[in-house]
Design a protein around this ligand. Structure first.
Ligand code: F6P
Length: 324
């Protein structure tokens, strides 16, 4: 006999392409078990305000290809307080929700962990962020789409960079992580990437200039992570320290978060969504569902948010070798 349950699902933090595909998967997999699904709007804000409505199979129709999140999202300050989480818990009880699925990044999963530590509610985290910075999963929902968007943009920037013999610093998102910058640099055939994880004695700019790239090529593209002043910082330094170069900056900004998810992100979102219901059936709580070497894994949320996810040094080497 099937156990009847009511689960809540929300998206929180920065939206990421594939979040809709994930809500769809969670909803349909739960309904398949005979469970009820409550959609919580505007992330933790909506949970505290009771902005909660039932989702049906039809509510998630025609969603898999849409970017953003139809449940909407927020970065909630109030939920960071104990009073905020108490209010949220009261609404979970009021709506009869006996497990919560949170789709989001680091901050969102930290919120889920805090809620679960104070109240008796099983939470399951699903990694949804373009930054790919969650420990315990090889990939996060939205990362592949953002990566492809960046590569498409850099391909266009290269046309103007070569026409003018310029150095372009292209700034990409990623918060404290360099996955987007490093991998888009490889995929777009850029000359270098400046990422937070690659801190060495020789700074990355001098390293790049020192390699004499401009001697053998007439233009260069450098992908720069947004951290520590991002592209502007390095462009200013070139203007001061290497005034012989003609330098320009392009900050890709929020367009990296938009657009229809790639097939890879849709499949990832669908797999993780279905796995979240399986996890609840198994009695799992306070875990993030991840994908490692193409296998579904459960990672304690505390580890996923606290441990650093390292960048593979091999990727740094590949870019260096190929950018001669
Ligand atoms: O975490 C996703 C992300 O897009 C980061 O890459 C970026 O630093 C941040 O969100 C921007 O946040 P906001 O949408 O609050 O400006």
């Amino acid at each position: 006999m099937k156990n009847t349950r009511t689960i809540g699902v929300l998206t929180s933090g920065g939206d990421a392409p594939g979040m809709n595909a994930c809500i769809r998967a969670v909803t349909r997999a739960a309904i398949n078990e005979g469970w009820t699904v409550q959609g919580i709007y505007r992330g933790y804000e909506g949970l505290m305000d009771g902005e909660i409505r039932e989702l049906t199979t039809e509510s998630v129709s025609n969603m898999i290809q849409r970017g953003g999140t139809f449940l909407k999202t927020a970065r909630s300050k109030d939920f960071m307080t104990e009073e905020g989480r108490q209010k949220a818990y009261e609404n979970l009880v009021k709506f009869g929700i006996d497990a919560l699925i949170v789709i989001g990044g680091n901050g969102s999963l930290a919120g889920a962990e805090a809620l679960a530590a104070e109240h008796d509610i099983p939470v399951i985290g699903l990694p949804g962020t373009i930054d790919n910075d969650l420990y315990g999963t090889d990939v996060t929902i939205g990362y592949d789409t953002a990566l492809n968007t960046i590569v498409e943009c850099v391909d266009k920037i290269r046309d103007t960079a070569t026409s003018h013999n310029r150095i372009f610093f292209v700034e990409v998102m990623g918060r404290d992580a360099g996955f987007l910058a490093q991998n888009s640099a490889i995929a777009a055939g850029a000359e270098a990437a400046i990422i937070p994880e690659d801190k060495t004695d020789i700074d990355q700019l001098s390293n790049f200039i020192g390699r004499g790239i401009r001697k053998s090529k007439n233009s260069s593209i450098v992908l720069v992570s947004e951290k520590d002043g991002g592209a502007m910082h390095y462009a200013e330094r070139v203007r001061k320290e290497y005034p012989q170069y003609d330098v320009r900056v392009s900050i890709l900004g929020y367009l990296q978060r938009g657009g229809s998810p790639t097939a890879r992100d849709r499949i990832l979102a669908s797999r993780l969504g279905v796995a979240s219901i399986e996890a609840l059936k198994e009695g799992q709580r306070n875990v993030m569902i991840g994908l490692r070497q193409d296998e579904i894994v459960y990672v304690p949320i505390s580890r996923a948010i606290k441990l650093d996810k390292p960048i593979d040094r091999e990727l740094i080497n590949v870019l260096t070798v190929l950018s001669i």
